[in-house]
Ligand binder design. Structure first.
Ligand code: TRP
Length: 334
């Protein structure tokens, strides 16, 4: 049987290069081999945006456009709007019985995210427990594989635990998924920070114009210990070279730049100009595909409706199995 992929993104803003190397690249590579579903996770995004739901609405379409622009093929990959699959809420409730408060409190990603957001009225239960609903996302699709950035690994581990517990209590209905992390697990921000993040304003977006890209790249953080182009520089941990490694297909050029950088024989400007050129070449076909779809919003809408319909049908079939296994499938017609 064809194996299945399920993954997702919160529609809180346009997707950036970090999303690309972490997960989109794997989705692109595997979409013809796997039965692929991608969740536009508006319900999860609401857990920390419930006071401003309008922020999410337009981003559902923006994220769908990003998917199509990078080359995800709507004839293969199903894009599913999470809020249009209410069965996910039901499965989340059943999963809540299978997780302890202590386990949720240990989740390192959620802990970190809580620190970043200052929830002035305390941490909402919805946000704190979103790993349970994410487990439902993955399990309802009976996914074998979940391509994600490395910050999502605790979620997949949590899902595996829930699935094992469910199957041992009620019978083998659900599938234990595996995570798949991109070759570059985490792309630093243009400011040299640990990762790209919209709130830190250190991203290169897949939808950036040439001009925006040039500005971003030319103002990138490099080696702070290097004052003059003739000083020997550090390549490791230097975000400009991390990006070259990830996006410049001309390995000879990259090796030569690194060599000269280490010897103090090339300035930051030249390294950045070459990075700009490489990234601009990478983004050009993405911009072209985006323009085609942008001219046809009706078509994007249809793609979303079609993907969501297929996703929901699959979710409904799983829930029939789940209810039967849990002995809550009442059939009064008989
Ligand atoms: N938590 C993911 C993120 O922030 C988005 C997401 C929601 C997801 N549901 C998922 C990822 C299911 C993988 C599988 O990017």
């Amino acid at each position: 049987m064809t194996k299945r992929i399920l993954t997702g993104d919160r529609p809180t803003g346009p997707l950036h290069l970090g999303h690309y190397v972490g997960s989109l690249q794997n989705r692109l590579r595997l979409q013809h081999e796997y039965d692929t579903y991608i969740l536009i996770a508006d319900v999860q995004a609401l857990t920390d945006n419930f006071e401003h739901p309008e922020k999410l609405h337009d981003n559902v379409l923006a994220v769908a456009l990003d998917y199509l622009a990078v080359g995800l093929d709507p004839a293969r990959t199903k894009f599913v709007i999470q809020s249009m699959v209410p069965e996910l809420a039901e499965l989340t409730i059943y999963f809540m019985n299978l997780v302890t408060v202590a386990t949720l409190e240990r989740n390192p990603t959620v802990k970190e995210e809580i620190k970043q957001r200052n929830f002035t009225r305390g941490v909402p239960v919805g946000f704190w427990s979103y790993p349970i609903s994410q487990a439902a996302d993955i399990a309802i699709f009976k996914a074998d594989l979940v391509p994600v950035g490395d910050d999502q690994l605790p979620m997949i581990e949590q899902t595996r635990e829930i699935v094992r517990r469910f199957n041992s209590l009620y019978g083998k209905v659900l599938v234990e998924p595996k995570a798949m992390v991109g070759e570059v697990a985490r792309l630093p921000g243009t400011d040299g920070g640990a990762k790209m993040s919209k709130s830190l304003d250190n991203c290169v977006y897949l939808s950036d114009s040439s001009e925006a890209l040039r500005k971003r790249v030319m103002s990138m953080f490099t080696d702070p210990t290097r004052i003059h182009p003739t000083d020997p520089g550090h390549v490791e941990g230097n975000p400009v070279f991390t990006y070259h490694d990830a996006f410049n297909p001309d390995k000879t050029e990259v090796d030569e730049l690194k060599e000269r950088y280490r010897q103090g024989k090339v300035g930051d400007v030249e390294v950045k100009q070459k990075l700009f050129a490489a990234l601009d070449r990478f983004l050009t076909p993405i911009r072209e595909r985006r323009a085609v779809y942008q001219a046809e919003p009706g078509k994007v809408r249809e793609i979303l409706i079609d993907g969501t319909r297929k996703g929901r049908a699959l979710a409904q079939a799983t829930m029939d199995d789940v209810r039967r296994a849990m002995k809550i499938a009442y059939d009064f017609a008989q």
